[in-house]
Design a protein around this ligand. Sequence first.
Ligand code: PEP
Ligand code: MG
Length: 577
Amino acid sequence: MLALHGTGVSDGIAIGKAYVLQRDLPEIPEYTIAHHQVETEIERLARAADAARRQLHTIRDHIPANAPAEASSFLDAHLLILDDKMLIPTAAETVRRERRNAEWALKGQSDRLSETFEKMDDAYLRNKRIDVNQVVERVLRNLLMPGFEEHLKVEPGEIVVATDLTPADTVMFKHQQVRAFVTSLGGPISHTAILARSLGIPAIVSVHNATRYVRPGEELIVDGKRGVLVVGPDKRLIAEYRRRQREIAREKRELNRLRLSPAVTRDRHTVRLMANIELPADVKAAVQSGAQGIGLYRTEFLFMNRPAAPDEEEQYRAYTKVVRAMRRKPVTIRTLDLGADKQVDGGQGARPVAVNPALGLRAVRLCLHDTSLFRPQLRAILRASAHGSVRMMIPMLSSQEELFRVLALVDETKSELKRAGEKFNPRIPLGGMIEVPAAAISADLFAPYLDFFSIGTNDLIQYTLAIDRVDDAVNYLYDPLHPSVLRLVAMTIQAGRRARIPVAMCGEMAGDPRYTRLLLGLGLNEFSMHPATLLEVKKIVRGSRLAALRKFAGRMLRLRDTQTVHDHVDRLNTEED
Ligand code: PEP
Ligand code: MG
């Protein structure tokens, strides 16, 4: 029995068998083979290509029915590449002619093809390079790691243990009923951690060397609250954890009674509790949690795990589905926030990864840089606004100029739609995310042009404290109660109040019950979070008195050191009301 420690990022207890996801491709060996080995080597290459073909078919069979229609089209593209004579047969020819091992011959051929694609003028064809690389990597994996299994073969109920998971992986796992996630890397506000929370399954990140200590199929206990992973537990410990699981289930049932109760404090102040979603399928959980609307719809997830971006029609259908399902409750559609750790293809993209991707072309910057991506989305969101109460929200604003360019594009799109006789809400509320310190500090300058603010604490903390949200080495610095963060949150709420526009929060801080009372005291009246914690937050709201919290929050902002802030918040959370 072995206990490994990490950072718990999603509460709950899971007991199950390990599925160890080995991703790292070993180095490509290069060696010469003897004459008599040539045919065997070519056969080895053919067998690896066959295995890759089988895996691609299996993945296609596993794509959930509710995944975007085009989600499987990349598999067809990969199968075509795999069967192209420029790939395997040409590599086999090199094995025969130069008497080199199969891996080396295949890698060489793939490099040559990549170079050819790179030189093409047509962006679509240039992008084909990524597909070729992905196919080659799959065949190489089968050559170098025979028996390697595609992660989509995870069985329901298994616990995924990996070095790291991209948001694109996690969204795939979402459909496979995995019981928990454990990763060696990653931080509490990485998008992978956020997805685990939204799934409502336990997760621990930053468990160093997890994939080294855990063997496939081994029994595991994941304690997401304490951040503990037990490898090979004995019977007594399993029984103890099962008891705790039952207790948690009982508490959950009790919380469920609050589903239809209003989110109102004891002194009758009402707040709005909204849900964050990643895909249209998440609306179900949002509705079940009793959310009063969607406070953040992360549309970029519609763009992942596929070769080409969804077109306007597909986006329109996805957004309308959410809007209809929410039945006139507000739906806040955030425009694309791709870049940084949210790469469309899990990081194997055409664009070279910037040295500091979180500070690079991300979110609204990327959209303004490439309006061919942005315009169809604006049209789709505007058209969806004809079907309910839609709000549009812009991520990562950092300067007024950016906002003005967005506003001009929105106006232009409205005129286009009007000319084309398309229906939309001409007064669709437009909000800005306050998640870059520059925006928080100058929130008063943004306010006159916006209908609401939403504070994105995940990025606001990342950028204020200069800690990469996916870097486990600096996890320990992550602190929503850092005085600088609290000041920026308070400034934004104030700026909103002065300009008479509502201020929401949709970062993870809003869904963490430890901060509910403090945020109420600071004057926040809209909280948006993953549905899994909504009822817990509601319980705290209903047990609090706003008048007392306001006084407390004022004092908190004057405190000078972080430890005292923590002690005060702990005390506040254990007081009667
Ligand atoms: C945030 O930054 O707080 C936020 C809500 O956006 P995301 O986590 O998607 O970056
Ligand atoms: Mg953000």
